[in-house]
Design a binder for this molecule. Structure first.
Ligand code: HH2
Length: 270
C-alpha cells in the first residue's frame, strides 16, 4: 500500500516496458535501462512509478503471461529494491501477484478488477488498488462505444467494484478509482467525464486520472504526435486537479511537478 501526500496531488510516472505503447513503445534495450529510467522518474518527483508490460492502446492484442512477466518483474524488483514505490499496470492476476512479491505496492488494473482472480490477489495482499473503468477490451473498446449518461455509468461501475473489493477485505484507504480516459469512450465522453470529475470523487475515493499525451488531446489541438502533446497534457492535468483529482498518471514527470507547484502556489496565495 501507499499513502498519498496530504498537502499536494500525487504524480504517477509512466514506465512502459512494451514494444508497442502508443507514445513511448520500445524505448529500452533491457530491464536495466528501464529501471534506470524508472529511477529518473522518481528523482524528477514521481511519487509512484507505474510499470506496464502490455500496451492497452486501442486495437492492442493481449500479451502472453510469460512474456509480460519477463518484461516487468525484473524492473519492478530492481526499482523496489532502490526504494521506489512501484505500481504494476496489469490485467493479469499472475503478473500482479508476482509483482507484489517483487515489491510492488499498487495494483493498477485497467479492467477494473472484473476478473475474480484479480479480486482474490487484491484481497490477499495489503496493496493499494486502482480500479479503472473500461468499456469492452482494448482490442474492441473503440468500436462504437455508447453511453446514456457516461458519468453515471462510470460512477456506478467504480462504486460497485469498490464495494466488491471492500466486501472481500480490501481497506477503504487502499482503494483509488479512475474514469479511464480513452478506454471505450468517444471524444465527447472523455470531455464530459473530465468536466464532471467531481461527481466521480463524490463516491469517496481518491481519483486518479490518465490524460497524458492521449489522442483526445490531439483531436482538440491538432497535434498528431503523442510525445509533442506536452502543453496539452499539462493543461488537461491541471484542469483535472481543479476538478478534484488526487493523482495524475503522466509521461512527463518533471514538467508536471513544476506545473503542480505553480498551480498550488496560485491556489494558496492571498
Ligand atoms: N492509461 C493507459 C494505461 N494504463 N492506467 C490507469 N489507471 N489510467 C489510465 O488512464 C491508463 C492506465 C494508457 O497509456 P500508456 O500506458 O501510455 O499507453 P499503452 O497502454 O499504449 O502502454
Amino acid at each position: 500500500m501507499i499513502r498519498l501526500p496530504a498537502d499536494r496531488p500525487a504524480v504517477m510516472g509512466i514506465l512502459n516496458v512494451t514494444p508497442d505503447s502508443f507514445s513511448d513503445g520500445g524505448a529500452f534495450a533491457d530491464w536495466r535501462e528501464a529501471a534506470d529510467y524508472g529511477r529518473s522518474l522518481a528523482a524528477a518527483g514521481a511519487d509512484i512509478v507505474d510499470v506496464g508490460g502490455e500496451s492497452t492502446r486501442p486495437g492492442a492484442v493481449e500479451v502472453p503471461v510469460e512474456e509480460e512477466m519477463r518484461r516487468v518483474i525484473p524492473v519492478v524488483s530492481e526499482l523496489a529494491s532502490s526504494g521506489v514505490p512501484v505500481s504494476i499496470d496489469t490485467r493479469k492476476a499472475t503478473v500482479a501477484e508476482e509483482a507484489l512479491r517483487a515489491g510492488a505496492v499498487v495494483i493498477n488494473d485497467v479492467s477494473g478488477f472484473r476478473a475474480p482472480d484479480m479480486v482474490r490477489v487484491a484481497a490477499e495482499s495489503q496493496a493499494t488498488v486502482c480500479i479503472m473503468h473500461m468499456k469492452g477490451e482494448p482490442r474492441n473498446m473503440q468500436s462504437a462505444p455508447f453511453y446514456k449518461d457516461v458519468v453515471e455509468e462510470v460512477k456506478g461501475f467504480l462504486a460497485g467494484q469498490a464495494d466488491l473489493l471492500s466486501s472481500r477485505g480490501v481497506r477503504h484507504e487502499n482503494i483509488w478509482v479512475d474514469p479511464g480516459i480513452g478506454f471505450g469512450k468517444r471524444h465527447d465522453d472523455n470531455l464530459v467525464l473530465l468536466r464532471r470529475l467531481e461527481e466521480i470523487s463524490s463516491i469517496g475515493f481518491p481519483v486518479l486520472v490518465g490524460v497524458s499525451r492521449k489522442s483526445f488531446l490531439g483531436t482538440i489541438s491538432g497535434e498528431a504526435t503523442p510525445r509533442l502533446r506536452l502543453g496539452e497534457s499539462m493543461a488537461a492535468g491541471l484542469y483535472c486537479l481543479q476538478q478534484g483529482a488526487r493523482i495524475l498518471r503522466v509521461h512527463d514527470v518533471a514538467a508536471t511537478v513544476g506545473a503542480i507547484r505553480v498551480w498550488q502556489a496560485l491556489q494558496n496565495s492571498g
